[in-house]
Design a protein around this ligand. Structure first.
Ligand SMILES: Cc1ncc(COP(=O)(O)O)c(C=O)c1O
Length: 420
């Protein structure tokens, strides 16, 4: 395995779990720490018992208020694409519909070459196509990566202090500990537990749109390598740079001369409106990728053939991605202007699919209430992404132009009303 650390080798090569560790894990399984967890049988602890409730359900009462607004709701809460799947991609899916046989877990040679080609063309990243592994949406991969790396009790997963919740969920599914860290602070990272075996970074960030520059990423990679920790970079918004151009962790200016211990995850959900197809891919350290492919083949984690064909076309075509990016840019302009007029301050948001905003004097829930009641807008509370988000809201750019224009008008009307 290419230059991988001894600790990683231990994690990735068999036996992944010694009998003693398995026994420890069984002993450790105490009572479920979630109230009302489903019991699978007396004395058994289910995986679900390790998980928190799904947080978006908490928004239901506020959503009801927004839906009652005259003219209807503008739902900017979840970053789910609303624009059509580009015609060239739909055509490719249809053309591949006659797919009676099992698809390749590794992806077709055409798909792997298209993924490598896109990385090279768009991001100055050169990878060997054999290190590309298609995944059934990146959320699923993120949730299972700690398990696939063999992490468990005694290991720790690090993730940004303001983060997409699935990094933490993945640690819980594996039975590992997790710890939020400040991405920008080498001191905080240096102080992270010695048991850290996987560190997630996410640039541009969901929820804040913050971009980590090459220097910050470079020192993150160096620190992870020095500690025998895999660095996984979730780059699902890398195409959506507004004020800056995001850099991939796989760029030679970040990773240096080798890919050791580094993985990068790319999603087609936002670039190509393919959230409904479940389409992404992972690449990076050739040794790690070989191991991940073996797991995928043995466990049947296979992207459907017609989706692979659609991904191949999506990754080979930049015109549709540019069109979609222009749509998001226009919506971003309307929403940032309206929110600013209505007394919100925009922070970060230099890239990605969200506007990250705060209004002095309001916590995130009060701000969500205000926008629902006064503008019929449904937005996400920043607290869903960690305590650092308590006084922020996350506003997705994923509503139609008509709905975003309505939000803009309502925000301007709110700005012109005397404060209550
Ligand atoms: C930061 C981040 N990573 C991963 C995903 C998952 O994307 P998908 O599973 O659609 O590829 C999302 C989805 O919104 C996200 O925000």
């Amino acid at each position: 395995m290419e230059g991988i650390h001894e600790d990683q080798r231990r994690l990735l090569r068999g036996p992944w779990l010694t009998r003693r560790r398995l026994q420890e894990r069984q002993d450790r399984q105490g009572p479920p720490h979630r109230r009302g967890a489903p019991a699978a049988g007396r004395g058994r602890v289910t995986l679900a018992a390790r998980l928190p409730e799904y947080p978006w359900d908490e928004l239901a009462p506020i959503a009801e208020k927004a839906r009652a607004f005259p003219g209807g709701v503008v739902d900017l809460s979840i970053g789910t694409p609303v624009d059509p799947v580009p015609a060239v991609i739909q055509d490719a899916l249809r053309a591949a519909a006659n797919a009676p046989g099992y698809p390749l877990t590794a992806g077709t040679p055409e798909l792997r070459a298209a993924a490598a080609g896109w990385l090279s063309r768009s991001h100055g990243v050169d990878v060997d196509p054999v290190t590309v592994l298609p995944v059934i949406g990146t959320k699923e991969f993120i949730a299972w990566l700690p398990t696939m790396l063999g992490l468990g009790s005694g290991d720790t997963v690090l993730y940004p202090d303001l983060a997409y919740p699935t990094y933490n969920i993945g640690a819980r599914l594996a039975g590992a500990a997790s710890a939020p860290v400040d991405d920008l602070s080498d001191d905080a990272l240096g102080a992270a537990p010695a048991s850290a075996r996987l560190r997630w970074v996410n640039s541009p960030s969901n929820p804040s749109g913050r971009v980590l520059n090459a220097e910050t990423l470079r020192s993150g990679v160096a620190l992870a390598r020095s500690r025998g920790c895999v660095l996984a970079s979730d780059e699902c918004y890398i195409e959506l740079g507004w004020d800056v151009t995001p850099v991939s962790v796989l760029h030679p200016s970040v990773r240096g001369g080798s890919l050791d211990g580094v993985l990068a995850v790319f999603s087609l959900s936002k670039r190509s409106n393919l959230a409904g197809y479940r389409a992404g891919f992972v690449t990076g350290d050739p040794g790690l990728m070989k191991e991940l492919l073996l797991i995928g083949r043995q466990a049947g984690m296979i992207v459907p053939g017609p989706v692979q064909a659609a991904m191949t076309v999506a990754l080979s075509d930049d015109a549709h991605a540019a069109e979609q990016k222009a749509r998001y840019a226009a919506r971003r302009a309307v929403l940032t202007e309206g929110l600013t007029a209505a007394g919100f301050r925009i922070e970060h948001s230099e890239a990605g699919l969200y506007v990250w905003a705060t209004r002095p004097g309001l916590d995130c829930w009060a701000a969500c209430e205000l926008l629902a009641a006064e503008c019929g807008m449904l937005v996400g509370p920043g607290s869903f992404y960690g305590p650092a988000g308590n006084s922020y809201i996350r506003v997705a750019l994923t509503a139609t132009d008509e709905r975003v224009a309505a939000a803009g008008e309502r925000l301007r009307a709110l700005a012109s009303r005397p404060a209550r």
